[in-house]
Design a binder for this molecule. Structure first.
Ligand code: KIV
Length: 257
């Protein structure tokens, strides 16, 4: 198994994993200093392109962004999300995953679980492609946001799903919006790292959509901590630029040839 993937797996018992999303080279360059994993998530559909959901994001779009992000990464483990429908059966998955690895030079891909696609994960892993799983609220398969794993039946279902993904050979699993008690149980019952988003501090690591955490996306559910409000800051900057252009205060001599 590749060195970077082994390192991520080993961190489970050592310290929490730090993971964020990036869609561009400049952002990836900054995140690379701080993250264990950088993900080009299909959240790009909503957070960057303003689409209503992730369903119509194309493979080409995510590949183009992933190429840019790759150029900004030196050390982090680089994961690319497979868009909806691009891994719907083994034949399609093999073709598209091969293309993603070839064109983006990523270290791994991420696949959302629909509760049935374990064989696809296992086939891809056997072919040498590291896979990150994703369970709980999986936006490609669910259209209404709802926390998962609340009652015993849901809890057992999620634990079972996580174990099946682990047994398929995935090197880690994203747990999205899973009840804290269930997320803790999953984390304790599997050997691969769990990476939580809205799934409590008991996961082995945390991931957020960077645009949410910096206050740029306009999407602020309770699991997002807005570390800075770039929206407000940028509004002030552009207001000042407008003022200076209109009032002939920009450009000055120093900005002119
Ligand atoms: O698409 C994405 O950014 C994701 C993360 C939220 C885990 O899947």
């Amino acid at each position: 198994m590749k060195k970077k993937i082994i390192r991520i797996k080993k961190l489970k018992s050592k310290r929490k994993l730090v993971c964020l999303t990036a869609y561009s080279k400049p952002l990836a360059k900054i995140l690379d200093k701080h993250c264990d994993i950088i993900l080009v998530g299909d959240s790009i559909a909503t957070a960057f392109y303003g689409m209503k959901n992730t369903w119509s994001l194309s493979l080409e779009t995510i590949i183009n962004h992933a190429k840019a992000v790759r150029a900004g990464i030196k050390k982090s483990t680089f994961v690319v999300d497979m868009p909806f429908n691009t891994y719907k059966n083994i034949f399609v998955a093999k073709k598209n995953v091969k293309k993603v690895f070839k064109l983006t030079k990523c270290d791994a891909i991420k696949i959302e679980s629909n509760g049935r696609n374990f064989k696809i994960i296992s086939k891809l892993v056997k072919l040498g492609y590291p896979v990150m799983g994703h369970i709980g609220f999986t936006p490609q398969y669910k259209n209404k946001f709802k926390p998962e794993g609340i009652n015993k039946i849901q809890e057992n279902k999620l634990i079972n799903e996580a174990k099946k993904i682990e047994n398929s050979g995935a090197f880690s699993i994203v747990l999205e919006c899973i009840n804290a008690r269930t997320a803790k149980k999953i984390t304790n019952e599997i050997k691969i790292p769990t990476i939580g988003i809205g799934s409590s501090k008991d996961c082995d690591g945390q991931i957020l959509v960077t645009d949410d955490l910096i206050g740029l996306s306009g999407f602020y559910p309770r699991f997002v901590k807005k570390y800075i409000n770039l929206n407000n800051i940028m509004n002030k900057v552009f207001k000042k630029f407008r003022y200076e252009v209109i009032n002939n205060k920009f450009p000055k001599k120093i900005n002119t040839y």
